[in-house]
Ligand binder design. Structure first.
Ligand code: AMP
Ligand code: MG
Length: 344
């Protein structure tokens, strides 16, 4: 157990001391959980193998699961990569800073422990002003996976970070709740057309408007066959899961309600869209309006965590739409459910 400092930031100027403290810990090789617009990230100096190694230990993360390197200005990208393809340049101009991670051939500067042994590196420029201020003050790029214990839902509030990481990291920068609520879109720029390995708030359609066709990796919506190599190593693990057994239920509201209401075991919960509670005879939580995937994204992980607090043992989830940002919500739910989908 190490002592974890809580560094509050509600106002960038007034709380400058917290930013400087976080940056100093990072420069000295420590671990700091920081807010971003997607989810909270567990940051370390991306160029120091010893510091990055601590992330894997603190999270209990498999060593072959690569980390995203966070920068605060475009000029910080060049030393990390071998080259920047023209399409990446265009995506950067449109979507950075923001929830888009791009994969490039890595330079010698990036240690293999950061990339999970791969010869490519994932880079993102977050838009959250606190994340930007910390990267700038630290003066080094920051490797930062989601700030949760490996396998659990990612953390979208300071309180969730404190719950998962107290005693395991040097500091937690406690700011507001994350606006997006799901991890960034990950797109590989080492192939042409570029390929989405993980969907997020920046959608395929939005990217296609800027650079033309973009592929979608099969693993986004399908389970990998035994022994297959994952383009995105993180996608092969059971992920984002509460303690309860999660099942996605495809069907209309009436079918869903009849199905869940007929489950007679104790600990059965529903996870439904806004306004649907009254149709269920079982306890349930809502995770956003049916036609508002951005709202579902914002609430999903908090709702999955709340299921644990409530002691749910089985959670039946209304199936979200798979269009636009909905694809990202569906992708996370599929992994939380270990691909268990019931179609009514
Ligand atoms: P997290 O930081 O927890 O959101 O996880 C980052 C995810 O980004 C990993 O689980 C991978 O799926 C993906 N990723 C990071 N770097 C690479 C890379 N070089 N190649 C492919 N996928 C990557
Ligand atoms: Mg993660």
């Amino acid at each position: 157990m190490i002592e974890t400092k809580i560094l509050p930031v509600s106002d960038l100027e007034k709380d400058r001391e917290s930013i400087e403290r976080a940056a100093a810990i990072l420069r000295e090789g420590g671990l700091v959980a920081i807010p971003t617009e997607t989810v909270y990230g567990l940051a370390a100096n991306a160029l120091s193998p010893e510091s990055v190694q601590k992330i894997f230990v603190a999270k209990g993360r498999p060593q072959d699961n690569p980390l995203i390197v966070h920068i605060s200005q475009i000029c910080e990208l060049l030393p990390l990569v071998e080259r920047v393809p023209p399409k990446a340049q265009k995506l950067m101009e449109h979507f950075w800073p923001g929830p888009l991670t791009m994969i490039f051939p890595k330079s010698e500067k990036v240690p293999l422990v950061t990339t999970g042994g791969l010869d490519t590196v994932a880079v993102r420029m977050p838009s959250h002003p606190v994340a930007q201020a910390i990267i700038q003050a630290a003066g080094v790029p920051l490797a930062a996976p989601s700030a949760n214990l490996s396998g659990r839902p990612s953390t979208t509030t300071a309180q969730h970070c404190i719950h998962d990481l107290s005693g395991r990291v040097d500091a937690i920068v406690a700011a507001d709740d994350c606006q997006v609520g799901l991890e960034s879109t990950v797109v590989s720029m080492v192939c042409d057309p570029p390929k989405i390995l993980r969907p997020g708030a920046v959608t395929r359609e939005e990217m296609e408007e800027v650079i033309g066709p973009v592929d979608l990796d099969r693993a986004v919506t399908a389970q990998l066959e035994e022994g297959a190599v994952a383009a995105s190593p993180g996608m092969k693990y059971k992920h984002y899961a509460p303690k309860a057994h999660v099942v996605i239920v495809e069907g209309d509201l009436e079918q869903y309600a009849r199905f869940v209401n007929s489950q007679e075991r104790p600990g059965v919960y529903g996870l439904v869209f806004q306004g649907e509670k009254e149709f269920l005879e079982k306890p349930c939580l809502e995770f956003g309006a049916m036609d508002d995937p951005a709202q579902q994204a914002h609430w999903l992980f908090a709702a999955l965590r709340e299921m644990d607090e409530l002691g749910a043992s089985e959670v039946y989830v209304r199936c979200p739409s798979k269009a636009g940002v909905g694809l990202a919500v569906y992708n996370r739910l599929l992994r939380a459910a270990a691909f268990e989908v019931i179609t009514l």
